[in-house]
Design a protein around this ligand. Structure first.
Ligand SMILES: Cc1ncc(COP(=O)(O)OP(=O)(O)O)c(N)n1
Ligand SMILES: Cc1ncsc1CCOP(=O)(O)O
Ligand SMILES: [Mg+2]
Length: 202
């Protein structure tokens, strides 16, 4: 299995992809919510073009059919996305797959899908979306890492530059962040700090 870059920013538009892709990042997720399919398709297409030109790995969240149609090679799905997703078609195209988990049952289900990474969240309180799960905390990262073994583990939820080291030390291979970059007053400077922090980790 391929290793996953340690810094995993998540953005909600091709415009954001265009802003971050030149800044030294190697992995980026496009997470678009509540947009008409035609707009999602345009955004995915534009984001893929930018990422291909910059050798950045794009992960498309949720919209697996559009992702396949547009030639994306990495998809992220949550547990609620899985029942409708054609995992066989995703696999048949050689497309990699990341899956969210929030509890033990979800981890069992995710592992049964043979993913390319497992994400655990929310590690800390997040303001991005309402979630029924209490913050998982660092010991849970260590527990998940023992369960997933060599499979890359992504930590997500409320993670900032200042607390990222704790996630890595606990066993996360990668940390995914939304607000710490997109709500920062100087996103480009924040990304540079993330790249400096995580560069040696891959
Ligand atoms: C890296 C990563 N981890 C978790 C999620 C959350 O996915 P999901 O549970 O499907 O929730 P939405 O992001 O779709 O609201 C993610 N997107 N990325
Ligand atoms: C989508 C998602 N899934 C688990 S936590 C989370 C939100 C992450 O956003 P932030 O980094 O702003 O807390
Ligand atoms: Mg989802």
């Amino acid at each position: 299995m391929n290793a996953l870059p340690a810094f995993y920013p998540i953005v909600d538009s091709a415009d954001w992809v265009g802003r971050l892709a030149p800044l030294g990042i190697r992995l980026l997720q496009l997470r678009i919510k509540e947009r008409p399919p035609a707009q999602v398709r345009r955004e995915v297409r534009a984001a893929l073009a930018v990422c291909r030109a910059r050798q950045v790995q794009l992960v498309v969240n949720d919209h697996w059919q559009i992702a396949l149609d547009e030639g994306a090679d990495f998809i992220h799905l949550g547990q609620q996305d899985l029942p409708d997703a054609d995992l066989k078609a995703i696999r048949a195209r050689g497309v990699r797959l990341g899956i969210s988990t929030h509890d033990h049952a979800e981890l069992d289900h995710a592992l049964a899908c043979d993913p390319d990474y497992v994400a655990l969240g929310p590690i800390y309180p997040t303001t991005l979306k309402a979630m029924p799960w209490a913050p998982q905390g660092l010991p849970r990262i260590a527990e998940w890492k023992r369960r997933v073994g060599r499979l890359p583990l992504v930590a997500i939820g409320g993670i900032t530059l200042e607390c990222a080291a704790g996630c890595f030390d606990a066993g996360a291979d990668s940390v995914a962040v939304v607000s710490d970059v997109t709500r920062h007053p100087e996103p480009a400077i924040r990304v540079a700090d993330w790249v400096a922090l995580t560069g040696a980790r891959g």
